[in-house]
Design a protein around this ligand. Structure first.
Ligand code: TXA
Ligand code: MG
Length: 349
């Protein structure tokens, strides 16, 4: 398949470019597009055949539901009959933005889109290109991150090209993503809202709006830190409680290189990383270091996936990454991804 490139950055042409891309979506095709979080791989969310193509292109397990993207709150009526009061408050505050909410789905939402579940995840992205594309298509757009399943999420259009060129109908070239990690996924179907995937819309921000409690899916706390002082161990994938977001159970975000997280005080981690680099390079390994400024959690979120891909491109064999402080909610969200990328290999220093 030939993948067409569209350009949203040209002020003179963006409208015609996006209308063409939108007509491909209406015809059941696949178009990757920028959002504020990561690039998404879009298809008509109400067309079962179109959704199935997403799974094929990404190599994604079919039980992993897609997020449906809308451009206005009124479009929610096409997807669900019941929106709780708290959800209304949250969407007034955070939409458009990196918050996905889960509702009971209408029967018009195909099981191919909802991964076989009776619920549907919905978000309104805070990005002019994404919003225009959804409006022009006239459809709710199902879109997972536009990477091959298991690879780091794409925060630049070039990452989408690396993974999906030749497998999808088109890619909309845009700017680099400003958030860098995927949206917070919040289940609104239970009495108390529950975060199934952490993101930059934190529990503190959510409770400030609802005035009530918000919980985390208990599976998120099991971060299985493994002390690998004795050498790199294989993570015990089988021994986890099942997370409520099916996608959270898969090994994700994996760079090609082996990856090890160093956890401890910043200066100790810095020193140990330098020592280990010398040791490992003496063994002939190419080592990449990933150490973010101590309290810039949003900066770490923005750059994390892009840096993993850069290390792969540089042919790094071993990535040494400094753990972020998980007491900060954005730090916790980045650590959720970092732990998975590293297969839960952690060294306490
Ligand atoms: O920021 C984002 O959310 C990006 C951009 C493109 O919008 N999209 C994204 O989609 O990250 P994806 O498919 O890579 O991740 C969706 C996550 C998965 O973990 C999936 O299992 C979960 O949301 N999810 C989707 N629908 C769900 C549902 N009905 N119930 C539980 N979890 C659901
Ligand atoms: Mg994804």
């Amino acid at each position: 398949m030939k993948t067409r490139l569209f350009d949203s950055r040209d002020a003179g042409k963006w409208k015609t470019q996006l209308s063409e891309a939108a007509s491909i979506l209406r015809a059941g095709g696949l178009i990757a597009f920028p959002t504020e979080t990561v690039y998404g791989l879009g298809a008509d969310g109400l067309n079962p055949e179109a959704s199935v193509k997403i799974y094929q292109a990404k190599g994604r397990p079919s039980d992993n539901p897609l997020i449906v993207h809308i451009a206005g709150q009124e479009e929610l009526d096409r997807l669900t009959d019941y929106v709780p009061e708290n959800a209304k408050k949250l969407m007034d505050t955070f939409w458009p933005g990196p918050l996905t909410m889960i509702f009971k789905k209408k029967k018009e939402v195909p099981y191919q889109t909802s991964g076989g579940l009776d619920t549907v995840a919905v978000r309104m992205p805070d990005h002019p290109v994404a919003l225009a594309l959804i409006r022009f298509s006239g459809r709710p757009i199902a879109a997972p991150s536009a990477n091959l399943s298991g690879r780091p999420s794409p925060t630049r259009w070039q990452h989408v090209y690396e993974d999906l060129n030749g497998k999808i109908d088109g890619i909309i070239q845009g700017e680099d993503c400003r958030v860098g990690i995927e949206s917070t996924v919040l289940d609104m179907t239970s009495e108390e809202p529950m975060i199934l995937r952490p993101g930059i819309i934190t529990p503190e921000k959510i409770t400030a709006v609802t005035g009530g409690k918000v919980s985390f899916d208990p599976a998120l706390y099991v971060n299985r830190p493994r002390d690998v002082s004795e050498g790199l161990l294989e993570a015990a994938e089988g021994s986890l409680p099942a997370p409520k977001a099916p996608g959270m159970k898969y090994r994700h975000y994996a760079p090609k290189a082996q990856m090890l997280i160093l956890q401890g005080a910043y200066d100790d981690v810095y020193r140990r990383m330098a020592e280990m680099t010398i040791e490992e390079e003496a063994k002939g390994k190419k080592v990449g270091r990933l150490l973010f400024s101590e309290n810039d959690f949003e900066g770490a979120a923005r750059d994390f996936f892009a840096q993993l891909r850069q290390m792969d491109e540089a042919g790094v064999d071993l990535i040494l990454a400094g753990a972020l402080n998980s007491k900060d909610s954005v730090g916790f969200a980045v650590m959720n991804r970092m732990m998975k990328s590293a297969g839960y290999h952690v060294l306490q220093v």
